[in-house]
Design a protein around this ligand. Structure first.
Ligand SMILES: Cc1cc2nc3c(=O)[nH]c(=O)nc-3n(C[C@H](O)[C@H](O)[C@H](O)COP(=O)(O)OP(=O)(O)OC[C@H]3O[C@@H](n4cnc5c(N)ncnc54)[C@H](O)[C@@H]3O)c2cc1C
Ligand SMILES: NC(=O)c1ccc[n+]([C@@H]2O[C@H](COP(=O)([O-])OP(=O)(O)OC[C@H]3O[C@@H](n4cnc5c(N)ncnc54)[C@H](O)[C@@H]3O)[C@@H](O)[C@H]2O)c1
Length: 455
């Protein structure tokens, strides 16, 4: 079968063939559920769990506000799980059906692998194969979780984010390997379901790529929530009568009922046999793309987590838009710019950031001004009775441009957008502080006050 366009992966790739492509034959190849990681095993279910965990925390915290709430508060795992996946599984089925019902689109269910630059074989679950080719190909096959060798070699069943959200019960004791995005988001979720959580992380702090004010404040804040094993990883594992025993670098052991590996992800370029098409990969297996999302092979584009770009859904969405525009009108190319991507970690306390960290500015020798304010410095922070939240903004000393912003505390993921807009539109820090009215008393006053305090 030959198509004008072949899209591999119906995660962000499913956004490509909109109504502007109605006169083109399009094949969408997907081996699993439509909607990809974000809808099925990523952003959306994990945030539905995270919000539930936030509610549990709020109720648990009620006595601090003079609201009697007797006894331990916990959520019902099965009810929450079924509420989440009844909705999302339906959405994934609807997304597939919508494509199957579109006249110019052919949905192929199976695993695609390149055999030549514009030719692929699709192998379905029953082993049957279909050969397809396309004038142009969009590689949107994403990434998958990695499990540390110490676990896989020991033959220990280990969950990843792909499976842990659908288990039948929250474990009594959970070990989370990795204190990055997924580790700290799931530690927060499982604690709220009553699990006792051990986090094992080789670095000195959790979320180690973040600004040091955030990593140290966060790590200190959650030290009483979890059994933190920093500067450690698992060296060996075995099953014993009372659970799974993990041996750590420092010689200690941890016994748990369930293990979650949250130790990073690897691109699916190997399973897609990108090498057979001659597509350039970097040394971590990510597809190399230019600013128009083109690979080195004429007519092959790539987007999302399989590429060497920021592995976040809002970036994949933007890349899909750029690819669609460039498939339709290559003479007026759309350009991808991911210089200023905000990110958020939906843990407790919430974290959000954009731009440079203070370490990066120091390393680059940039002259900067710094403002740091606590949530407890502004009126709405008093209403929240917040004791740990903080906002840090870094500004170029010479140009007054905002270079980086890092927030830890309630609504951080929402607050960061004020700084994202200011940075995208190049609004100088002093003007951002002085020109808009900042409604009193609201959390955005935290940003106003941080900007007013720049040293
Ligand atoms: C637990 C978790 C939470 C996350 N939370 C957030 C968040 O809050 N915010 C955020 O911005 N990002 C988040 N992310 C990251 C986000 O999910 C990804 O950046 C985004 O989904 C990547 O989209 P994609 O289209 O590149 O890949 P995917 O959505 O993974 O799509 C790739 C598709 O290709 C299919 N596929 C793979 N190989 C083949 C093949 N050979 N043949 C056929 N089909 C194939 C897969 O089945 C999949 O459906 C999270 C990720 C995880 C794991
Ligand atoms: N809110 C969000 O936007 C969000 C949420 C979840 C995931 N994501 C995306 O998913 C990606 C993957 O998340 P992740 O948490 O798996 O990766 P990550 O890169 O954020 O963190 C991995 C962590 O595992 C640690 N680690 C590595 N090897 C280890 C080992 N053997 N034992 C213990 N720890 C080990 C690393 O030091 C690191 O801290 C993220 O980079 C992000 O792009 C985003």
């Amino acid at each position: 079968m030959h198509f004008d366009i072949v899209v591999i992966g119906a995660g962000s790739g499913n956004m490509i063939a909109d109504s502007r492509f109605a006169d083109k034959s399009v094949a969408i190849v997907e081996e699993a559920s439509f909607g990809g990681t974000c809808l099925n095993v990523g952003c959306i279910p994990s945030k539905m769990y995270a919000h539930t965990a936030d509610l549990v925390d709020a109720v648990s915290d009620a006595p601090r506000f003079g609201i009697p709430a007797d006894g331990a508060v916990s959520a019902n795992w099965v009810q929450v799980r079924d509420r989440i996946f009844d909705q999302l599984d339906r959405d994934a089925r609807d997304a597939r059906r919508g494509r199957e019902d579109t006249p110019n689109i052919t949905v192929l269910t199976g695993t695609a692998a390149f055999v030549a630059p514009k030719s692929l074989t699709v192998t379905s679950g029953d082993g049957s194969t279909t050969d397809i080719s396309g004038d142009r190909i969009v590689v949107a096959a994403g990434s998958r979780p990695v499990v540390p060798d110490a676990l896989s070699q020991a033959g220990i069943d280990c969950h990843t984010s792909d499976s842990i959200m659908r288990v039948d019960a929250a474990p009594r004791r959970l070990a989370v390997l990795g204190g990055g995005y997924i580790g700290v988001e799931f530690a927060h979720v499982f604690r709220s379901f009553g699990s006792s959580v051990t986090v094992i992380e080789p670095s000195d702090t959790l979320l180690s790529g973040h600004d040091h004010t955030i990593t140290t404040t966060f790590t200190n804040t959650v030290a009483s929530h979890y059994d933190l094993r920093l500067r450690n990883s698992v060296t060996d594992a075995h099953r014993a009568d009372d659970g799974i025993v993990l041996s750590l670098d420092d010689g200690s052991t941890v016994t748990v009922d369930m293990v979650l590996a949250a130790t990073g992800r690897t691109p699916n370029s190997d399973r897609l046999a990108c090498a057979a098409a001659g597509i350039d990969l970097d040394d971590t297996g990510h597809v190399v793309i230019d600013a128009q999302q083109r690979t080195n092979i004429d007519g092959i584009f790539a987007l999302g987590d399989i590429c060497a770009s920021v592995p976040l859904k809002h970036v994949a969405n933007r890349e899909a838009k750029v690819v669609a525009d460039n498939l339709l009108d290559p003479d007026q190319p759309s350009i991808m710019d991911d210089d200023l991507v905000p990110s958020a970690v939906f843990t407790d306390p919430q974290i959000a950031s954009i731009g440079k960290t203070e370490q990066q500015l120091k390393d680059a020798g940039t002259a900067y001004k710094i403002g740091v304010k606590k949530y407890s410095d502004v009126a709405f922070g008093w209403a929240l009775q917040d004791e740990t939240g903080v906002c840090k903004i870094l500004v170029d000393r010479d140009t007054d441009r905002i270079l980086g912003a890092h927030i830890l505390g309630p609504q951080a993921a929402t607050l960061i957008h004020i700084l994202s807009v200011a940075m995208q539109f190049d609004i100088p820090a002093t003007q951002l502080a002085a020109r808009p009215f900042w409604t009193h008393p609201t959390l955005p006053e935290l940003i106003e006050n941080t900007l007013l305090e720049l040293d």
